[in-house]
Design a protein around this ligand. Structure first.
Ligand SMILES: [Zn+2]
Ligand SMILES: [Zn+2]
Length: 236
């Protein structure tokens, strides 16, 4: 237990993490040159034991969720590492807005443990609109996918799926408006006939954006689509 008031302790940890390579991004402790220390990794929020086989939403006995029964997405399954809550949310923010690109490599290496080369022919990161890409300087999903590709050998296609219409961030909208917000925002510029594609993103929240991308990819002939995300936000 720290003797410092929490906000001050947090600030000092953040400063320590910036100054000392080899210190954990979350606790500031010695991480042996890794992004996070073993204790913080062990504490990251796991996914529930039972979830919808298609979208990963928590369900009582691992049965398909209501949303997938009512309107099945074009993807067959969802692979995710963590539940999207504290402190995974902070790590994703540190990657996107704090430019902590080492986290993309770290997330990607872990995703590579569940996205297998035997089941996937191609990795497609969720694209950013070119305006957003210029603003941020990088696409976090592409950086995560790059690391997955490095560790699995699955080829990465960076230009096949593009975002042609800028859309307000999904998080700023009520759930029921999210499907309409992203409808028609993506274009596929590759023939994906027979390809088994893993669609890579940082977070899956409502799933509306990934559903729309998968819909477009299916129109281009994919044999199968799996969603691969670092974190899954759950409704409960
Ligand atoms: Zn730590
Ligand atoms: Zn589902």
């Amino acid at each position: 237990m720290s003797i410092l008031p929490q906000p001050l302790a947090d600030t000092l940890h953040r400063i320590a993490a910036t100054l000392l390579p080899g210190s954990c991004l979350l606790c500031g402790g010695d991480s042996h040159a890794a992004v996070l220390c073993a204790a913080c990794v062990a504490d990251l929020p796991p996914l529930p034991a039972a979830g919808c086989p298609q979208c990963g939403e928590a369900t009582t006995h691992g049965e398909r969720c209501g949303a997938c029964l009512k309107d099945p997405p074009a993807f067959q399954g969802t692979l995710a590492l963590f539940r999207y809550e504290f402190p995974v949310d902070r790590l994703i923010q540190a990657l996107k807005y704090g430019h902590q690109l080492a986290l993309a490599a770290w997330f990607g290496e872990r995703l590579a443990g569940i996205v297998t080369a035997a089941d996937h022919d191609l990795l497609l990161p969720l694209p950013l609109h070119p305006d957003r890409l210029r603003e941020r300087g990088f696409n976090q999903s592409a950086e995560i996918a790059r690391a997955v590709s490095r560790h699995t050998g699955i080829p990465l296609a960076l230009a096949s799926l593009v975002r042609t219409r800028p859309t307000p961030p999904q998080a700023a909208l009520p759930l029921k408006e999210r499907t309409g917000n992203v409808r028609g925002a993506f274009e596929c510029r590759a023939d994906l006939a027979g390809q088994r594609v893993a669609l890579v993103d940082d977070v899956m929240t409502s799933g509306a954006t990934l559903r729309e991308c998968a819909r477009v990819l299916k129109l281009h002939g994919t044999a199968a689509i799996t969603v691969a995300v670092v974190a899954r936000a759950l409704r409960q």
